[in-house]
Design a protein around this ligand. Sequence first.
Ligand SMILES: Cc1ncc(COP(=O)(O)O)c(C=O)c1O
Length: 472
Amino acid sequence: MEYEEIKKRIAIIRDQEVKGIPDEMMIKIRKKIEEKTPNSKPLAEVMKSLVPGGTQHQMCLKDPYAVTIKRTLGTRMWDVDDNEYIDYLMSAGACILGHNYPPFREKLIEVLQDLSPDLYWNCEWEIKAIKLVQKHMPSVERMVYFQSGTEANMAAIRIARVFTGKEKIIKFGGSYHGWSDQLNYDIHIPFSGAMEADGIPKGCYKDTISLPPNDLNALEENLKKWSEKRKGVAAVIVEPLGAESGAIPVPPDFNKKVRELCDQYGALLIFDEVVTGFRLDLGGAQKYFGVKPDLTIFGKLLTQGYPSSGAVGGRADIMNATTSDIDVSSKHASASGTIRGNPLTVAATYWGIKIMEETGTIEKAATAADDLVKKLNDLFEQHERPYFAYNYKSIVHYETFSPLAIDIRDMNNIPKAVYRKKCVDDLATVMFSEGVITKYGNRAFTCMQHAPEDNDKFIEAMDVALKMIPKY
Ligand SMILES: Cc1ncc(COP(=O)(O)O)c(C=O)c1O
């Protein structure tokens, strides 16, 4: 679906009053889940006594509680009550081969026979992994591993500051670049500013500028304004598909224009490819959009969900601003990590990409997503709803209540956004009760093993949910 069409249809949903699944129906759904999961229920209580909120994961469904999974394979997960689920959350996007894919697992077990993650030394898998990344992404002249996407983002902005000698970082509203003190600002919902920055001193994000999504005029104004001041803009960081992996999509030429403005005003361009890297293309969003960033941030599919997944790659002259040396004689971006780039991590990069090359993973997962999107749009039409689905390869968005579209600059709209978020969460809970796992209730990731029959089950689950949503 084209950008303009997506924008128009999101606006239609945004401008309607919406009603979610009625509370009395949700009570029944919770009861159904509880009846299906008698073994998970007490384990969830134990988890709550050990882990705040009962789960370590933000996107794990918690209503009525997070179930305990005992086995995963391909597109399936089984809980401790032997319920089978079809998974479309795919480890929040960190899995595209399918869970626990045997050919991948076996390669890593072979590596572990000789080298364990506690190596703390160079190994040849590092060279093989980085050369393979470079083959697909020539912009990655040098690459340094970190332990998560969050850490890699922190490192990238520090490297950019050392290299340019400037301090400001520009991001766009709603974009997520991890939870570090400087970037955990204006995340998820545009214009939310510091709403999710409790516990972070204001001074930490004083050099973070967040602009309205897709606002190139504001970008130019800020680049211009700050280029005349001592502090200046070190880098502009983008999620290249737009905030939340394209939930707020960017116009087709957006990245190209950001590149041009960065060049004009001497700021670096950072692509956060934590989600898009190796999912949109083996060459990432940079290949997909034909735009070369100065720095690229990796996570998730860099290691296919194996620890510890994070890296920064980019131009040699910029990347050389960070080394593992302890050096007080010249300016450098200090960054280290005990287990970064360990043999398991780098071998996971190498074998993950190798298997993706050999199996045509990206296209298979994208074909599954195309099929799912078509079926979803047919179903929404049958139900005479304004809802719609679209995808970027294996990243599927379906817009039903569109909480991100609500403009919370008007404080009166905050309850509206909160209610719409509850509506999508409830939609996900109903689908879960039917054995289908999704991200909240508005995104699905496909892997190369999702088959049309799996998508049919997704559609059946969505059909059940849609029948519960009152027409308005
Ligand atoms: C675009 C983007 N950047 C950064 C991150 C943070 O990565 P991690 O969860 O590995 O810290 C995420 C995580 O979802 C992400 O989606």
